[in-house]
Design a protein around this ligand. Structure first.
Ligand SMILES: Cc1cc2nc3c(=O)[nH]c(=O)nc-3n(C[C@H](O)[C@H](O)[C@H](O)COP(=O)(O)O)c2cc1C
Length: 396
């Protein structure tokens, strides 16, 4: 199991380290905590020992560790994450001071280092702190920038520790990034669209957006720049991903076209409404005046348009089918000039729309196909991104 060393320093926000540990563990990572001695004024190291199942390290010369633990442990880890990081620890790391376990360990690690600072705004904006951050960045250290908001000192400003979710997503990106996704822009569409009849009524579908959100998260973790164009859904956007919220199919079309020139791959998981109302009202239409035969018209086919305008982008389509899946998916793939078609059976209750699991077929234009058995959408998204990575690699 991959292991992360988590440095915890004496910022009042260190209670959030417990959430960070839980989220990392949920991602299948082991965590070993190193606290500064000052941090133990806030929390007893036993808390982190209980959470991680491994003894929390505080001192260089503690009994019960390997003879030269700070060097031995450097080989065990895939990432050194310091969250929260005080102004003090950053100053020490920037100048190479090694007077406790954490700062000594920093000099020994060969893995990536990620720092999430947390402090009062004046301390954060102080030219000395900023100079230290710059020095560390120049040395290749990565940062999760602090957020603006209410600070423990009672003031409002920048310096608040980034959210545990964001810290963990950034950590995963550093561990899981792959060269093929570096400097690649991947556009993912997700969710349904809504076609308004009037300000209160609309035509839509049952898409939950889960598959697209998982794909966006996975593409980000592998190192791509990701734009997620999302219809109305009840999901939190993955941290690090740029979100563009849209409502109607026309808004979705325009958003995709805005990024298309720059995109290396477009993954269209959105269930774009095929129809919209021919006539719409800018005010609520009274039921007495509602025509009994509401007329519908086709919306533009975004994927087909992208296929027509294609200049080297890798185009991935999703087909939600209820019957004759293979034949229909094959036809769509040809018509829309797709590089990969992912088809799933939305008539089943246990997979697809709204579910956490999916079972899909992948079809390629050269006739190759692959079946991904029912599994978590996260796992499906990993398999799809692996295929996309291989396709991007083949294009080099
Ligand atoms: C209540 C309290 C809260 C503190 N919060 C922070 C903080 O959020 N960020 C920071 O840089 N220092 C903070 N400090 C100051 C650090 O604890 C102090 O600079 C310490 O020497 C840092 O030691 P360490 O980096 O070894 O943990 C706080 C101090 C106290 C007493």
């Amino acid at each position: 199991m991959d292991k992360i060393a988590l440095g915890v320093t004496s910022s009042i926000s260190l209670y959030k380290a417990a959430d960070i540990i839980r989220l990392l563990q949920k991602e299948g990572l082991a965590v070993r905590v190193i606290m500064t001695e000052k941090a133990t004024n806030f929390i007893n190291p036993r808390l982190f020992t209980s959470l991680t199942g491994e003894r929390t390290i505080v001192n260089l010369f503690d009994e019960g560790q390997r003879p030269v633990e700070h060097i031995a442990m450097a080989d065990d880890i895939c990432l050194l994450l310091i969250a929260p990081a005080t102004a003090n620890i950053m100053a020490k790391l920037a100048t190479g001071i090694a007077d406790d376990f954490l700062s000594t360990f920093y000099l020994a690690v060969k893995s990536p280092v990620l720092i999430a600072p947390a402090m009062n705004q004046a301390m954060f904006l102080h030219p000395q702190t900023q100079a230290n951050i710059k020095k560390l960045k120049d040395a290749g250290v990565e940062f999760v920038e602090p957020e603006s908001g209410y600070l423990a000192c009672g003031q409002t400003g920048s310096g608040r520790l980034a959210s545990p979710e964001k810290i963990v997503q950034t950590s995963l990106r550093l561990i899981r990034r792959q060269p093929v996704f570096k400097d690649k822009l991947i556009v993912v569409t997700a969710g349904p669209t809504r076609e308004a009849l009037d300000p209160v009524r609309f035509l839509s579908n049952r898409s939950s957006g889960k598959m697209g959100y998982e794909l966006a998260r996975e593409a980000y973790q592998r190192g791509a720049e990701v734009v997620l164009i999302s219809g109305p859904v009840e999901l939190e956007p993955p941290a690090g991903v740029k979100i563009e919220k849209v409502i109607s199919s026309e808004e979705m079309r325009q958003a995709v076209l805005r990024y298309y020139d720059r995109a290396n791959a477009v993954i269209m998981t959105a269930a774009v409404s095929d129809f919209k109302f021919s006539q719409t009202g800018s005010e609520k239409i009274e039921k007495e005046t509602l025509p009994p035969d509401l007329k519908l018209e086709r919306t533009p086919d975004i994927l087909e348009e992208l296929g027509r305008l294609k200049t080297g982008q890798l185009l991935v389509g999703f087909a939600a089918e209820t019957a004759q899946m293979k034949a229909r998916a094959g036809q769509k793939m040809k018509k829309k000039k797709l590089d990969l078609m992912v088809a799933n059976d939305v008539s089943r209750q246990d997979i697809g729309f709204g579910c956490d699991e999916n079972e899909v077929y992948l079809f390629w234009p050269d006739g190759r196909e692959r079946f991904i058995q029912k599994t978590a959408k996260r796992k499906v998204s990993q398999e799809i991104l692996t295929e996309i990575g291989a396709m991007l690699n083949a294009r080099k």
